[in-house]
Design a binder for this molecule. Sequence first.
Ligand SMILES: *[C@@H]1O[C@H](CO)[C@@H](O)[C@H](O)[C@H]1NC(C)=O
Ligand SMILES: *[C@@H]1O[C@H](CO)[C@@H](O)[C@H](O)[C@H]1NC(C)=O
Length: 298
Amino acid sequence: MAICAPSSDSSSAGSKSGWIVHGLLLGAAIAAAAGAHVALGLRWFSRKSRSKVIGIIPARFASSRFEGKPLVPILGKPMIQRTWERTKLASTLDHVVVATDDERIAECCRGFGADVIMTAESCRNGTERCNEALKKLGKNYDIVVNIQGDEPLIEPEIIDGVVKALQGAPDAVFSTAVTSLKPEDALDPNRVKCIVNHHGYAIYFSRGLIPFNKSGKVNPHFPYLLHLGIQSYDSKFLSIYPELPPTPLQLEEDLEQLKVLENGYKMKVIKVDHDAHGVDTPEDVERIESLMRERNIS
Ligand SMILES: *[C@@H]1O[C@H](CO)[C@@H](O)[C@H](O)[C@H]1NC(C)=O
Ligand SMILES: *[C@@H]1O[C@H](CO)[C@@H](O)[C@H](O)[C@H]1NC(C)=O
């Protein structure tokens, strides 16, 4: 993955606003930073807070837009396998499992060596599936990372970045990632935009373009942010999150993550350099395959 340049704001304001994660370099960046950073880092580790981490890849067979999506071959390998292989490369995860309601998916995953947890068909979304999987595992994890199975090119560094962000922000219950929004995606409601404060906490997510320029047009100079479908939760929070009743903004925008903010919880956001290649439709498969050929990814 390419590595983001630090923004001028993050280098001048120090630990509080250093929210841009440098991919692979996160550890090095912490070590090289001011003493406060290092001391803080040691404190988290000595307290062993949030040190046990599980990555869960929720995968369902039924889908209105793309039936059997997790099993679709991408350059000859099932998409779920590609996601799993990338996830296994993340260094912060103690355990990786696939959570599914479908025996075909389960069988495929066991075939390439993944641990599988069967979850109920009634799970309404990935978050609920993760929560059920966690309960079924019956082990204690401090952090759960929800890795969407439809991003087969997810960089392990992004997974690690999201985990470290949550470990580094004890006041947050949730962490996620954003990347630069491409101008052509500015008005696409399927591309979720995000705004953050100086400390790297989410202010709001929207399907509309935020912030909205006074001129009514897309500002070609504004660094708009696109939300990526990876999130990690404090596991205690995950156990109450699905039970929290839907909130007005969540319902209006149809964005699950707004429930977190509307209930007053804090969400840490990292910025990464990532070309999103989510697979939502059968047409996306061809697109991602040609891109992989171009980049020599096998
Ligand atoms: C809106 O966008 C324009 C560029 O298109 C920019 O010059 C201006 O500063 C932005 N903000 C406002 C309030 O107009
Ligand atoms: C899952 O989806 C349902 C229905 O859209 C929603 O009410 C619920 O809040 C979602 N779960 C979480 C954890 O947000």
